[in-house]
Design a protein around this ligand. Structure first.
Ligand code: SAM
Ligand code: SF4
Length: 356
């Protein structure tokens, strides 16, 4: 699919034409990753953050938000819950929290790997190469780091460098993670004020060039206690040029990402479920997605991981688990078994002529 094809789909509004996009994405999903929907237990291990991302509700400057950091015991208990529910992966996510000591986390990773069959995905921000290597050696399998937007000027504006530090190049970090043997995941927010439809088309093209194993995509949701939530309207491009931060554009991005990266694991994200509590999650799965990430963060902490307001929290863990599994079966899909490694990653590891 060329840049112009992607751009014209992003501008498409005719329902009949869009039906053909949804069907194409769903056909590619079925053919390349099958009917399984993999469940990843999301554990939000800390909401402390040293960064000032203009879009995010847990940014360092935000006052009035109680902060927490989970103990090793709490993380291990959440991982045990993932095993009890039959999930194959836990995702350890946090703000860029430099008080999460690298050797301490390596020990937590080692214990999860020793005590459970779980795959471990990390999503902890721009940590040093040495730390990323330490965690890989301890057994971490995957790393998620969204590049947020391929528009470099916009990214620099919304994601200031750490005070006193040089800006890091997220694409270079992703290349390093791949070289270390991680499955790599990235993605963008859809509809960042100042992001054009052309930028979004370029983002999707870049997913293919990076040959991503996982792609996380969700609409930007304004948080009133952030600079972009307060002033974002003033940043917006003229209508027709600005990428809309809505469910339709989010779904188009998921569908196009599936077509561009047929074997990647693509979650139906919480941001989609937040915009449409009734059907957002199902729509993401019907239009290219093959992963859901139920929240296993202890309930006392969930509301504090408030990256945007009204974030779908998944409710009570067992009840959400029951609902999400019933929803998957009702769609004619099956619950994923095992770790649910990315097909793109497996193909890359395959010996001889199979190798991509
Ligand atoms: N701190 C790590 C990082 O930034 O990579 C991981 C946690 S961060 C909360 C995970 C993702 O949340 C970010 O990559 C960003 O795309 C998304 N996010 C943050 N604020 C958002 C907002 N207002 N609307 C939608 N997504 C948002
Ligand atoms: Fe921190 Fe990540 Fe939020 Fe940026 S997006 S403020 S790094 S949690």
């Amino acid at each position: 699919m060329t840049h112009d094809d992607i751009r014209s789909w992003l501008r498409q509004t005719e329902p009949g034409r869009l039906e053909s996009l949804w069907k194409h994405a769903d056909d590619v999903r079925r053919e390349c990753v099958g009917d399984e929907v993999h469940l990843r237990g999301l554990i939000e291990i800390s909401n402390h953050c040293s960064r000032q991302c203009l879009y995010c509700g847990v940014r360092a400057d935000r006052t009035g938000l109680p902060r927490y950091r989970m103990t090793a015991g709490e993380i291990l208990a959440a991982a045990d819950k993932a095993v009890a529910l039959g999930y194959g992966t836990v995702v350890l996510q946090s703000g860029e929290d430099w008080s999460i000591e690298a050797r301490w986390l390596a020990e937590v990773i080692r214990r999860i790997k020793a005590e459970t069959p779980l795959a471990i995905t990390l999503s902890l921000g721009e940590r040093t190469n040495d730390e990323l290597a330490l965690w890989r050696d301890a057994g971490a399998d995957r790393y998620l780091l969204r590049f947020e937007t391929s528009n470099k000027a916009l990214f620099a504006r919304i994601h200031p460098a750490r005070p006193g530090a040089e800006p890091r190049d997220r694409l270079a970090i992703l290349r390093y993670l791949r070289a270390m043997g991680y499955e790599i995941g990235s993605g963008v927010m859809v509809g960042i004020p100042g992001q054009s439809l052309d930028d979004l088309a370029r983002d999707i093209e870049l997913f293919g060039e990076l040959d991503l194993d996982m792609i996380g995509l969700g609409p930007f949701i304004a948080h009133p206690d952030t600079p972009l939530g307060r002033d974002g309207q003033a940043w917006c491009l003229p209508p027709g040029e600005q990428a809309p931060a809505d469910e339709l554009t989010g779904c188009k991005a998921v569908a196009l990402a599936r077509i561009v990266c047929p074997r990647a694991n693509i979650p139906s994200t919480t941001a989609l479920a937040t915009l449409n509590a009734e059907g957002g999650r199902q729509l993401g799965l019907a239009r290219g997605g093959n992963v859901v990430m139920p929240n296993l963060t202890p309930p006392a902490y969930r509301a504090m991981y408030e990256i945007y307001p009204g974030k779908a929290s998944c409710g009570e863990t067992d009840e959400f688990d029951r609902q999400v599994k019933a929803g998957i079966v009702a769609m004619g899909r099956t619950i994923g078994r095992g770790r649910g490694d990315s097909g793109a990653y497996r193909l890359r590891q395959a010996p001889g002529p199979m190798k991509a």
